[in-house]
Write a protein of this length. Structure first.
Length: 492
């Protein structure tokens, strides 16, 4: 199907749906060069003609997936720096449990990808499934067309197809990659699946500012999800894993007395917040969401909401065989943990509950008063209507109004959570500074996901310095899928 033909069909669709997301993709298609725009296969061409030509038979998501098939694809045949293959696997979680899931390169988690800040990379994504997919590069400040959100303009990777992306990774720190496909009521796809992995972006200058002897990636996930209530709103899980294995099933993390170990922790859960402790030890928190904290703090346990990352140094001064795991006993028994084994130590892994500790973003700030912003943007979070679970400023996605950022200045986002549930809110392609949390002024804490507690207000400043549409949403998959999502755009 030729590019002009696609554009004509978009015009028909826009005759009855002129929402911002459709206008955005219309513009993307209209701007696409005919040169390098591959032909659609016959069934897809027929489907697009039939569904869009008859107008109302196609949904936005179907339209955007179909449109992605005509976005230009690079003809570059040089080897990519990274190749990710999306396919179905049977993941052996250990202890007699296995699950069928989608994953990257035949494993879950996917491979740890290492990049250097400011050094361009090329990535080939090969979709070996029959459904469109999307890889989001979480925490990176990259253009919208490669960020990995079709709402911003990134093309979907069609089933049994491939696509090359090129970008310059920044900033340095612990980032991650994961699917950005909608799941709805299908608890086998999206972030319920095994499509996630860690990205470590090394600083452009020599060395890592943190001094450590051993690096240990920790990726948390759950398996066999199910709806825990008759209303199909609450998702629970039967099994849990760290680095793709249930507690006791995988290889332990082997350490030596006196070592400083850097744990890079990613909560890759679709919906669940975790509280993690390492029996017999304390964490020294050095970074949140990959960004160094102004005030390093020692904590007995750490909280990580979906999408969040924590970098923590642990000094190995208590020889033995220990459990790093979820504080919740039932979840830990169902697999949420990993063994830490000192050299020469033997015996059954030990667990002791951590001391009481309140996790507070403000504790990691610099103690200075926050800088006043040039503009304030209210974001009222409340239950939605007409089948949507959530709404922002009274509207649910895709009807949410865009939030306009003033370029080059501090824009204060005021998250006013009027609901009875916590929401981990993520902003794509930017980092924001938390300036008020739990009623306290904060300064210097930089993140891209912030937990907005129930019935509370959180304020965060974003410096609008990365133009283009930027998606924001709750990083709880079910909330995102049913209304809690919108776009930020640059004014002027």
């Amino acid at each position: 199907m030729r590019h002009r033909e696609i554009w004509t069909l978009f015009g028909k669709y826009r005759a009855f749906d002129d929402s911002p997301v459709v206008r955005q993709f219309s513009a993307a298609v209209s701007a696409a060069s005919l040169v390098g725009c591959r032909l659609m296969n016959a069934p897809l061409r027929s489907r697009l003609r039939t569904e869009v030509g008859s107008a109302r038979g196609v949904t936005r998501r179907q339209l955007l997936a179909l449109a992605a098939a005509c976005v230009p694809v690079s003809a570059d045949t040089t080897p990519a720096d990274v190749t990710l293959r999306i396919g179905e696997i049977t993941a052996d979680l250990g202890r007699g449990h296995s699950v069928k899931t989608l994953a990257y390169n035949g494993q879950t988690p996917g491979p740890v990808l290492r990049m250097t800040e400011g050094k361009p990379v090329t990535i080939d994504v090969v979709n070996e499934t029959g459904q469109p997919e999307m890889v989001h590069w979480h925490g990176l400040h990259i253009p919208p067309e490669v960020d990995g959100a079709h709402e911003e303009g990134t093309p979907m990777v069609q089933g049994h197809d491939r696509r090359r992306y090129s970008f310059t990774p920044q900033p340095a720190g612990t980032r991650w990659y994961h699917t950005h496909a909608m799941a709805g009521h299908n608890l086998r796809i999206g972030s319920y699946s095994g499509q996630f992995g860690m990205v470590v972006v090394a600083p452009r200058t020599n060395g890592d500012p943190a001094r450590y002897d051993l690096e240990a990636p920790i990726l948390l996930h759950e398996w066999e999800p199910y709806f825990a209530s008759g209303m199909d709103m609450d998702v629970d899980y039967k099994l849990f894993s760290v680095n793709g294995k249930m507690l006791g099933a995988g290889e332990p993390i082997r350490v030596k007395t006196g070592q400083r170990v850097l744990f890079r922790i990613v909560n890759a859960s679709a919906t669940m917040r975790h509280r993690l402790a390492l029996a017999g030890h304390v964490f020294t928190i050095i970074a949140l969401d990959g960004n160094p904290v102004p005030t390093v703090q020692k904590v007995a346990a750490l909280d990580v909401s979906p999408g969040e990352r924590v970098d923590a140094i642990v000094e190995m001064t208590s020889p033995g065989v220990w459990i790093m795991g979820e504080e919740n006993d039932a979840q830990r028994a169902a697999g949420a943990g990993i063994v830490i084994e000192y050299a020469g130590a033997r015996g059954r892994p030990q667990w002791t509950p951590p001391s009481k500790h309140v996790w507070d973003y403000a504790a990691f700030g610099d103690g200075k008063p926050p800088v006043e912003p040039e503009t304030r943007i209210p974001m009222i979070i409340e239950p939605g209507k007409d089948g949507n679970l959530w709404a922002i400023n009274g509207k649910s996605y895709p009807e949410t109004d865009p939030l306009w950022l003033r370029p080059g200045v501090r824009n204060r986002l005021v998250f006013d959570n009027r609901s009875s549930m916590d929401h981990p809110v993520h902003l794509h392609r930017h980092t924001f500074e938390i300036v008020r949390y739990a009623g306290k002024a904060v300064s210097g804490v930089m993140k891209d996901v912030v937990l907005v507690p129930a019935r509370q207000t959180v304020e965060a400043d974003v410096l609008a310095n990365n133009p283009g549409p930027s998606l924001f949403h709750c990083h709880q998959q079910f909330h995102m899928d049913f209304g809690f999502m919108g776009l930020m755009r640059y004014s002027g």
